[in-house]
Each structure stands twice: as structure tokens, then as C-alpha cells.
Design a protein around this ligand. Structure first.
Ligand SMILES: C[C@@]1(CC(=O)O)C2=NC(=C\c3[nH]c(c(CCC(=O)O)c3CC(=O)O)Cc3[nH]c(c(CC(=O)O)c3CCC(=O)O)/C=C3\N/C(=C\2)[C@@H](CCC(=O)O)[C@]3(C)CC(=O)O)/[C@H]1CCC(=O)O
Ligand SMILES: NC(=O)c1ccc[n+]([C@@H]2O[C@H](COP(=O)([O-])OP(=O)(O)OC[C@H]3O[C@@H](n4cnc5c(N)ncnc54)[C@H](O)[C@@H]3O)[C@@H](O)[C@H]2O)c1
Length: 214
């Protein structure tokens, strides 16, 4: 069975994490980074999670999970060390039609969390469909060595060019596509932007605009 990869908008969406141990902490930190509204239900939590609750970055229900907790949640994460409880949370979500991630049972997940390389708005997600999280992590480290932080500003730069080119050639989609592909692979432009020389890079784009299309 294949999995479908998505980039999900979670800003201000209510998400429930059941279990506040090491795995819960990792899921919570990634959810907060995505702007989600996180509720954590767990009798005990890690120091990091307790500090986040104190700072009101998340809501902590300091007790055991109850079935009604999932009501109205966009995503639920069952990440306790109690396999039976995780399975019950999963069953509650399946019945309610709520997407659920189960830390110790890939076959009960309706979504899995990939390993992610983050460079500003560029994200490279690696999934093994639950077969080897260790391999996903190892590949992330390899890619992080190859795809440096300069890719963040590079994506921003290319992101500014698109609406600009749409204005220049509103009706010539083929020409826009050709140019955008050429610019995305332009080594000189990439290096200019990496050195913070966006102005020079824009000059070069203008030169490219006057070139015949390939
Ligand atoms: C990618 C990452 C994202 C994240 O969690 O943020 C993630 N696991 C990460 C790390 C990691 N997890 C584990 C190890 C130890 C080595 C190993 O077992 O391989 C390591 C590596 C390490 O820590 O070094 C143990 C483990 N993981 C799962 C089980 C249960 C089982 O398989 O039955 C067990 C066995 C527990 C036990 O033995 O008791 C299950 C899942 N873990 C997933 C995601 C989903 C599938 C992703 C995929 O492969 O597509 C899935 C199905 C559910 C989910 O959690 O979404 C994150 C990398 C973060 C990074 O980039 O560094
Ligand atoms: N998916 C992954 O990436 C991954 C990685 C490693 C381990 N695991 C699995 O994830 C599970 C959790 O691992 P961990 O290291 O975070 O465990 P942990 O022991 O550090 O934390 C478990 C947490 O669950 C809470 N909890 C227990 N019963 C609860 C209940 N009834 N209601 C609410 N909260 C409850 C505890 O208070 C604790 O905070 C383990 O079963 C492990 O096999 C998954």
C-alpha cells in the first residue's frame, strides 16, 4: 500500500497529543513550529513540555486520556508508552473520522510523520512508510549536509520571481515555465543570493528575460 505525501496547513488548528514523553515532545515541537494550537493530555510530561505549558505555548491537561478529548481535533497523536491505550485512542479516532498518528503501531496510523530537512520554506520530507525510521533519520542527515541554509533565501528569491513573471507574461505560460526552470537551476544566481546580493541577482534575471527562449 502506498502513502500520499502532503504539506498540511496547521496554523491555529487544534491538535491533540496524548502522552508527554520523549516522542510526545518531538511531535509537540514540530506542531508548534507549524503554528498549530496544541493540547497535551498526560499525567506526566518532560521538562521541556512543562516549560512550554507554563509559557502558555500549549494547553496541558494533567490527567489520563478520556474518550471525549478528541472531539473537534484536526489531528491526534497517540504517543503514550501504553500500547492498549494508544490502540483505544486510535479506535476512537477511526470511529470519529479524525486523522490519527500512533507511535507504536504504524498499521493503526491514518498518517505518519516523515523525517524533515527544513531550510526556510523549503522542506524535504522522507518517509519509509514506517519500515525504517532510522533510515529516514540517516537520509535526513545526509541531505542536510548537501542542502545548506542558503536554500532558504534561494526559495524566497524564486518565490518573488514567479508573480513578477506572471505580470510580465500573463498569457504565455509555456515561456514562463521555461524561464522559471532555467532560473531555478542557475548556479550564478544561486551563489549571488547565497552571498546576500539579491540586487545583482535581479539584474541578472532582467538579462535572462531578454534572452530568446530555449
Ligand atoms: C521520522 C520520525 C519523525 C518524527 O517522529 O518526528 C519518525 N520516527 C523518528 C525516529 C525514530 N523512531 C524510532 C527510532 C529508533 C530506530 C528504529 O526503530 O528505526 C528512530 C530513530 C532514532 O531515534 O534514532 C522508533 C520507532 N518509530 C516507530 C516505531 C513503532 C513501530 O515501528 O512499530 C518505533 C519503534 C519503537 C520500539 O522499538 O519500541 C514508528 C514511527 N516513527 C515514525 C516517524 C513514523 C514512520 C516514519 C517512516 O519511517 O516513514 C511512525 C510509523 C509513526 C510516527 O511516529 O509517525 C523520526 C525521525 C526524526 C529525525 O529526523 O531525526
Ligand atoms: N514513533 C516514534 O518515532 C517512536 C520512537 C521511539 C519510541 N516509540 C514508541 O512510542 C511510545 C512512547 O515512547 P516515549 O519514549 O515517549 O515514552 P515515555 O515513557 O517517555 O512517555 C510516555 C508518556 O505517556 C504518558 N501516559 C501514560 N499513560 C497515559 C494515559 N493513560 N493518558 C495520557 N498519557 C499517558 C506518560 O505520562 C508519559 O508522559 C513507546 O511505546 C515507544 O514504543 C515511537
Amino acid at each position: 500500500m502506498g502513502f500520499y505525501s502532503m504539506a498540511v496547513e496547521l496554523t491555529d488548528r487544534p491538535c491533540l497529543v496524548v502522552g508527554g514523553g520523549q516522542v510526545g515532545e518531538r511531535k509537540v515541537l514540530n506542531l508548534l513550529e507549524a503554528g498549530a494550537r496544541v493540547t497535551l493530555v498526560s499525567p506526566e510530561v518532560t521538562r521541556v513540555l512543562a516549560d512550554l505549558a507554563l509559557a502558555r505555548q500549549l494547553v496541558w491537561w494533567r490527567r489520563e486520556y478520556q474518550p471525549g478529548d478528541i472531539t473537534g481535533m484536526t489531528l491526534v497523536f497517540a504517543v503514550t508508552d501504553d500500547a492498549g491505550l494508544n490502540a483505544r485512542v486510535a479506535a476512537d479516532c477511526h470511529q470519529a473520522g479524525i486523522w490519527v498518528n500512533v507511535a507504536d503501531a504504524p498499521e493503526k496510523c491514518t498518517f505518519m510523520v516523515p523525517s524533515v530537512v527544513r531550510r526556510g520554506d523549503l522542506q524535504i520530507a522522507i518517509s519509509t512508510a514506517g519500515k525504517s525510521p532510522a533510515l529516514a533519520r540517516q537520509l535526513r542527515k545526509q541531505l542536510e549536509a548537501e542542502i545548506g541554509p542558503e536554500y532558504g533565501p534561494w526559495v524566497d528569491f524564486l518565490g518573488e520571481l514567479r508573480p513578477f513573471l506572471k505580470k510580465v507574461w500573463p498569457h504565455d505560460q509555456k515561456r514562463r515555465e521555461e524561464l522559471l526552470r532555467r532560473l531555478a537551476g542557475d548556479e550564478i544566481l544561486f551563489r549571488l543570493v547565497a552571498r546576500g546580493k539579491e540586487d545583482l541577482a535581479k539584474e541578472r534575471v532582467k538579462q535572462c528575460l531578454s534572452l530568446p527562449s530555449v
